[in-house]
Design a binder for this molecule. Structure first.
Ligand SMILES: [Zn+2]
Length: 263
């Protein structure tokens, strides 16, 4: 008998909120969808499942964005509630936050920000990538390196166990020999599985992060201070983003910007 079991993603409309839309560069009404991962047995859902997150779709430009559902005071279900009403009921602090943010951006351009504001900006830019690292760390990923190490481990363990069987005659010593051969063969696989998040961070997080940090021209000391602050939050990104590769990536991005290159 086959047991059909698995998980599926379910989307359910939550309502409307006011949120900042980057393409529109302003506050817009967004339609929010709740995303859940639900286990099923023979395609019958088991419970409500676990919350994956919220997606918002801008009613102006239709752009989709990941939203923090917890950040809103409410979800409004009336389809025609005007934007001012949505702001007041779902995100009342947003206009003031946006104004502060725009003022800060303007002062960044003019080079007129305090050390503390600068550090805060650097920390924000790093934590913008926290979700990606958190999601990667939450699940085991078998990347190319891990897969290659596993295949190598299989081949190596066959050869090593063959050698143990042929050359060690004592039963007890042979068992120990098999164990050692298997452990040694699969140690690299284990290493690559454990270091997957570190490689992911180096390849997929540090380059775009460096692109967003470079306009602030941070020194190595600035980056060290920002990473130290991020580490205190306990976010995984603080553990996996290392100062040296980040400082190198930022420096090369700044050099490219100076030469007027875009990529
Ligand atoms: Zn928009």
């Amino acid at each position: 008998m086959f047991i059909i079991w698995g998980t599926r993603i379910r989307r359910k409309p939550s309502g409307r909120v006011a949120a900042f839309c980057e393409p529109c560069d302003d506050i817009r009404a967004h339609r929010v969808t709740e995303v859940r991962e639900v286990s099923h047995l023979y395609f019958i859902p088991l419970g409500r499942g676990s919350l994956v997150g919220h997606e918002g779709r801008c009613e102006g430009c239709r752009a989709s964005v990941a939203l923090d559902g917890e950040a809103f005071a409410a979800f409004v279900t009336e389809p025609d509630a005007p934007l001012d009403d949505l702001i007041a009921r779902t995100n009342p602090d947003l206009p003031e936050e946006l104004e502060r943010w725009r003022d800060l951006q303007a002062r960044v351009v003019e080079g007129d920000i305090s050390e503390e504001e600068r550090l805060g900006l650097l920390v924000n830019k790093v934590t913008d990538f926290a979700d990606a690292v958190q999601a990667r760390a939450a699940q085991m990923h078998i990347d190319g390196w891990s897969a290659l190490a596993f295949l190598g481990g299989v081949a190596l363990s066959i050869v090593a166990c063959g050698w143990v069987a042929a050359s060690i005659k004592d039963d007890q010593a042979q068992v120990i020999g098999f164990l050692v051969a298997a452990l040694a063969s699969f140690a690299p696989t284990l290493y690559f599985l454990i270091t997957d998040v570190r490689r992911f961070t180096r390849r997929k997080v540090i380059p775009p992060l460096a692109d967003t940090l470079a306009p602030l021209c941070p020194s190595r000391e600035d980056l060290a201070a920002a990473l130290a602050q991020v580490r205190q939050t306990g976010l995984k990104i603080g553990k996996h983003v290392k100062l040296d590769p980040l400082a190198d990536a930022v420096a090369s991005r700044m050099a490219r910007d100076l030469r007027g290159e875009t990529a």
